[in-house]
Design a binder for this molecule. Structure first.
Ligand code: FAD
Length: 387
């Protein structure tokens, strides 16, 4: 590895702190030893349940589950650490959101009943329970409060009807956090979160074909008169938006952490490539243009790293604002894309071939600017503050 502005690896100055740096080492080892060797297989056939169970064996799932339920009781910043590693591992670009949906676990930690926690935590920890957060619908993405899926009370049950799309782990999930309207007239104030086991009658799914993330799972979920007990309500009825507020910021931040991890990894891979590739009788790295491009990338990544570290410190202090996470979502995801675009240019035709990780990382970088709040949505949220 290069001696560059690389990701903190156990050093005391890491803004995550020593414990989470140890967690990082485990996540990194998991990707290197278990995912990377199988990446071709996952690209061709999709990922399988065995890799989730392996993640469970490594102890990297459900990190925020309290110790009394068998978890590590880690700070929720663990989600960010895992996301950085998902970005830093070239195989992460194949795996899609993968373990990133572990952010759902926080909903159960914060709002679950004792019964719900006991039912789901053990499987989340072992990797037997794959989770998915199902909010987006065909007619409702950025404008999340316009969702149309409803849950209507019928005796002791809710009856759910509607459909969701682009859901990470959607075609496989054993536990679906269905975001529904329980009071359709109230728009954002009429939304609830209902836990739907993936095998509930009336739930059907389809894995969507995506531009990248070939080993990932982005799915469509249909709810056709799906009946679940009222006890599957998570938290209070019509309070989904309030429950979401702490998670929205963390979700944006895990995406940007992934961007910084991916930009760093792409840069390192590209320096190696430029040292090895010979054209016109010299190494690609010997061209001044190449050196300038690499210097520009390294500078931008260093600035991005410093910016992210500062935001992590704000997260610890509880002072991270909505505006902070919106700006980070814009700038760091765009940084990743600029970096990957330059990297592909330096890889030439090889950068277009999916057998090289840089190609898959480029495609994965593209979606970072869209999900968890597109760049334009972030700008419009920031913009409201100027009126
Ligand atoms: C790979 C992948 C995984 C996903 N995983 C999940 C998941 O697990 N759960 C889930 O619920 N959803 C998930 N999503 C959905 C994701 O959150 C949405 O794609 C995102 O919110 C954007 O919604 P949309 O795709 O409907 O785009 P639209 O809402 O149709 O927006 C289209 C474009 O409009 C522009 N735009 C948006 N807002 C504004 C604005 N205010 N002003 C001007 N222009 C604007 C942006 O350029 C945006 O890209 C995932 C999506 C992808 C691609």
């Amino acid at each position: 590895m290069l001696q560059t502005a690389s990701l903190p690896a156990g050093d005391v100055e890491s803004p995550y702190g020593e414990e989470l740096e140890m967690y990082r080492e485990t996540v990194r080892a998991f990707f290197r030893r278990e995912v990377e060797p199988r990446v071709r297989e996952f690209e061709e056939h999709g990922s399988d349940r065995a890799i989730w169970r392996k993640a469970g064996e490594y102890g990297i799932l459900g990190a925020t589950i309290p110790e009394e339920y068998g978890g590590a009781g880690a700070h929720r910043m663990a989600i960010m650490v895992a996301a950085e590693e998902l970005g830093y591992a070239p195989s992460g670009a194949t795996m899609g959101s993968f373990i990133g949906t572990d952010i759902c676990t926080n909903f159960l930690v914060d709002h679950g009943t004792e019964e719900q926690k006991k039912a789901w935590f053990p499987g989340i920890l072992t990797g037997d329970v794959i989770q998915a957060m199902a909010l987006t619908e065909p007619e409702s993405g950025s404008d999340a409060t316009s969702i149309r899926t409803t849950a209507v009370r019928d005796g002791d049950d809710y009856v759910i009807n509607g459909s969701k799309c682009f859901i990470s782990n959607g075609s496989k999930a054993d536990l679906i956090y269905a975001i529904v309207k329980t009071d359709p007239a109230a728009k954002g104030r009429g939304m609830s979160v209902i836990l739907v086991p993936g095998d509930t009658p009336g739930v059907t799914r389809r894995r969507m074909i995506t531009q990248g993330y070939k080993g990932g799972d982005t799915g469509e979920i249909f709810f056709d008169n799906v009946r679940v007990p009222v006890s599957n309500l998570l938290g209070e009825e019509n309070k989904a938006m309030a429950m979401f507020i702490p998670t929205i910021g963390l979700d944006r931040m895990q995406i940007v952490a992934r961007s910084v991890g991916a930009a760093q990894a792409a840069f390192e891979l590209t320096v190696e490539h430029c040292r090895n590739r010979k054209i016109f009788g010299q190494r690609l790295v010997d061209f001044q243009n190449t050196q300038f491009m690499l210097a520009q990338m390294e500078t931008e990544i260093s600035v991005g790293r410093a910016y992210l570290d500062n935001l992590i410190r704000k997260m610890w202090a509880g002072t991270l604002t909505d505006a902070d996470s919106s700006m980070a979502k814009i700038w760091l995801c765009e940084l990743e894309f600029r970096t990957l675009d330059s990297c592909v240019q330096l890889w030439g035709g090889n950068g277009w071939m999916d057998e090289n990780p840089i190609s898959r990382m480029f495609t994965a970088a593209r979606v970072q600017r869209i999900f968890a709040g597109a760049t334009e949505l972030m700008k419009s949220l920031l913009g409201r503050r100027y009126l």
